[in-house]
Design a protein around this ligand. Structure first.
Ligand SMILES: Nc1ncnc2c1ncn2[C@@H]1O[C@H](COP(=O)(O)OP(=O)(O)OP(=O)(O)O)[C@@H](O)[C@H]1O
Length: 746
């Protein structure tokens, strides 16, 4: 048992800490690097040069030094670093620590596995130490991570390097059942490592939790946290933090968007991108291969890869939970000769953490969604990263392959690209990613599809999983933003279905619609329009058919919006409306609202059911002339009034929405208390990368889908502002529609 330290001892300790702090402050102040300078451009200190106080007034230079012990750090931090065997700094640490230690805001970018974690953990510890932060001071620093696993890993680094400090630190992540206990303790914690959803939950619900005095905010994987998927959470968090604070942003793919940075109110941030000049955007010890693999050959190729790498640690990325589950379950039944594991957002948190730790320790294959794509450091020893499904962007590719070849270790990666996705190869090369094209050796491929077919006959539940994997995969391609690469219409759908072992190709509703609308457009073109006006319109439609899918998407949207979308002055529904084919679409059009529709393009029907452009209404009532002959002042007045009305309606909507959310949260809180929450449900919604669901569990909600969502709708959050950021449910859309209509008619 530890003997309590005597009063005298504590007094002595305090005095020595105070004098150390005085010394550190003077050292930092007198030797701080020029703002905007790059410490890496300075030579290292000569060997045996004195460190710290050099004489009565002078201190040694700390910008540009190469070892941690040459920095103005407390003895406690130096001891922690030494104990964890950190001696020399990596480039990003050398570049950013001198600026961060003197309290500057930092925007740090460096390749994956290059040591960014210590570049922010050390300044956090030091700032609080120099401020003599104690339990009674509450939250001093908040470190935000996009995923629970990464937050857990950061927490481990903090515990290891900060083990000689006396700060209290907490890991606040979703999916943990002990939220009530957390609520009792959270206000005593000095350093919080958290996911955005859980932090916001405490901000909203925990009575004595407040962060008004906090000193340092860190966003790890900053570009991910700043993207539209976390926009609402982050804005709400930032609004509760003091403006006077140090803010540090780190990522391998850093944001440069002024808008993003403005949201964080950074003060003259130091932009430290240490590998910007580097010839490659990925670690130099990483060997990267691209292989062209047809969709129906992907599982054969993956199976063959695993069978020929039985002694390796392999991380396999697939694009949705359902694919991960199916491939994992099916391959497990086929006993490849290496342990298999899976990680995705629908798993319980304890299981997720356990799988993560097991994979760190043992040789195995881990099938994962993008939940493992960022930040995770699997003990440096992943041999292969295999991307079976194409990443949604170059940034996403860089993070996925970054799980191997970390720090000074070597690693290899292989990306399967379908013929229709080969554009990604070009994009990677253009982004300084040194990928090499390898032709797959067909003679080495060990087919697995026939084995899968017999498995599916034997296990009906596996067949069900295969069907769901099939649909969610196609859907994940369908909703991708980059239509140059992702084109669901180019996929060999029947062959793909057979390759999963399915006896019949499952029906895909969204695809049928797409095919129908394409067919209808084609038919309309062949039908030869009778008048020239129509013909011109169809020429455009034909272009849509020929050109990129995004245009076809737009056409589809137009179909959904048919009654809403006639162009002003045309006086008739668009060509798209004329050839509208499917009844399903007709039903939908009543519900969907095109929020991007230009002002004043709403169709108004007169008593006979004819459409009138909006301005024609005032023209008719006031002058009896056509809308085009309207008095410009009248027109301007009309628009001004409309804008005012819309603004008013918008304000009311926001108020209502806020009220609705508050009520929802209270309801959820009650639910939790009654113990009704099923953790799996919670994960369903968040798709888990974030713990957003913790704050807003709602299984069917579309609003929070992300890469891990079980519908494979990874794009909703990461890239697509419209759904993720707008977060408009069907009911809300209808309410909004009614409001807009009312304001138009008033
Ligand atoms: N100064 C150092 N000396 C030795 N090892 C280090 C040092 N700094 C970091 N490392 C090790 O390098 C590995 C990668 O570090 P870290 O996880 O911080 O990388 P990262 O840049 O944050 O990567 P990612 O972009 O993938 O999040 C870790 O295993 C870490 O322990």
């Amino acid at each position: 048992m530890r003997r309590p330290k005597s009063k005298e001892f504590r007094k002595q300790q305090r005095i020595s800490e105070e004098s150390e702090i005085e010394l550190l402050k003077s050292w930092i102040e007198t030797q701080k690097p020029e703002s905007g300078s790059n410490p890496l451009s300075l030579p290292p200190l000569p060997k045996n040069a004195p460190v710290g106080r050099v004489d009565d007034t002078a201190f040694s230079r700390y910008a540009g030094v190469g070892r941690f012990e040459q920095l103005p750090l407390s003895k406690k931090t130096k001891d922690g670093l030494r104990a964890a065997k950190f001696v020399s700094m990596t480039e990003i640490q050398r570049a950013s620590l001198p600026h961060a230690l003197c309290g500057r805001d930092i925007l740090g970018a460096a390749k994956t596995g290059s040591g960014k974690t210590l570049a922010f953990i050390i300044p956090v510890l030091e700032k609080l130490y120099r401020e003599r932060w104690g339990p009674e001071d509450g939250v001093g620093s908040i470190i935000i991570s996009p995923t629970r696993e990464l937050a857990g890993q950061l927490f481990d680094v903090l515990k290891s390097v900060g083990k000689f400090h006396n700060f209290s630190a907490g890991l606040l992540i979703g999916g943990r059942k002990d939220v009530d206990m957390e609520k009792e303790r959270v206000h005593e914690l000095n350093i919080l490592i958290c996911t955005p959803g859980r932090l916001l939950q405490h901000m909203d619900e925990t009575p004595n939790f407040e962060c008004s005095q906090m000193q340092v905010l860190v966003l790890d994987e900053a570009d991910r946290i700043l993207d539209s998927g976390f926009k609402r959470e982050l804005n709400a968090i930032i609004s509760q933090l003091p403006k006077r604070r140090q803010t540090m942003l780190f990522s391998a793919t850093q944001t440069k968007s002024i808008q993003d940075l403005a949201r964080l109110s950074l003060k003259d941030p130091e932009y430290l991108s240490v590998h910007e000049e580097s010839v490659t955007a990925t670690p130099t010890l990483l060997k990267q291969i691209v292989m062209e693999v047809a969709l129906d050959q992907k599982l054969n190729m993956l199976w063959s890869f695993i069978k020929t790498h039985l002694q390796s640690k392999i991380l396999v990325f697939l694009s949705s939970c359902k694919q991960v589950k199916f491939v994992f379950e099916a391959f497990k039944k086929l006993h490849p000769g290496i342990p298999l594991k899976c990680l995705h957002g629908r798993m319980k948190q304890e299981r997720r953490m356990a799988i993560y730790s097991e994979f760190c320790e043992k040789r195995s294959v881990l099938f994962s969604t993008d939940v493992a794509a960022r930040g995770l450091d699997f003990n440096k020893a992943v041999d292969w990263v295999v991307q079976v499904d194409c990443p949604e962007s170059v940034a996403s590719y860089i993070h996925r392959v970054g799980r191997t070849a970390r720090y000074k270790s070597v690693g290899k990666s292989v990306l399967f690209l379908m013929p229709s996705e080969m554009q990604m190869f070009e994009k990677l090369k253009a982004a300084k990613v040194p990928v090499h094209y390898n032709k797959p050796k067909k003679e080495l491929v060990q087919p697995v599809s026939t084995l899968l077919a017999s498995l599916l006959v034997k296990y009906p539940d596996l067949q069900h999983r295969a069907q769901r994997a099939f649909v969610t995969y196609l859907r994940s391609i369908h909703i991708q933003k980059d239509k140059e690469i992702f084109d669901v219409m180019k996929l060999p759908i029947d062959a793909y279905s057979a390759s999963l072992g399915l006896p019949m190709t499952p029906k895909i509703r969204f695809l049928n619609q797409k095919i129908k609308s394409k067919a209808a457009l084609a038919k309309a073109i062949l039908d030869e329009p009778e008048n020239q006006e129509e013909k011109n319109g169809l020429e455009i439609s034909k272009k849509n058919l020929d050109s990129s899918d995004s245009e076809v998407e737009e056409t589809e949207n137009d179909l959904l919006l048919a009654a809403d979308n006639t162009k002003e002055g045309e006086g008739k529904a668009s060509e798209d409306t004329e050839i509208m084919p499917a009844t399903r679409i007709l039903k939908k059009k009543k519900l969907k609202i095109n929020v991007h529709r230009p002002l004043g393009t709403r169709v108004v029907f007169d008593d006979e059911g004819h459409t009138l452009p909006p301005l024609a209404r005032i023209a008719d009532t006031q002058s009896g002339k056509e809308s085009l002959l309207l008095d410009p002042e009248q027109k301007a007045e009309y628009y001004r009034k409309m804008r005012e009305d819309l603004k008013k309606a918008d304000k009311e909507d926001k108020l209502l929405e806020r009220q609705r959310r508050r009520e929802k949260r209270i309801k959820q809180k009650m639910k939790w208390k009654e113990g009704n929450m099923d953790e799996d449900d919670e994960d369903d919604v968040s798709g888990s990368e974030s713990d957003k669901a913790t704050a807003r569990p709602n299984k069917k909600s579309k609003v929070y889908f992300d890469s891990d969502s079980d519908d494979g709708e990874r794009n909703e959050v990461t890239g697509k502002g419209a759904i993720g950021a707008g977060s408009v449910s069907l009911e809300e859309q209808e309410a909004l529609a009614l409001k807009l209509l009312n304001s138009m008619h008033s």
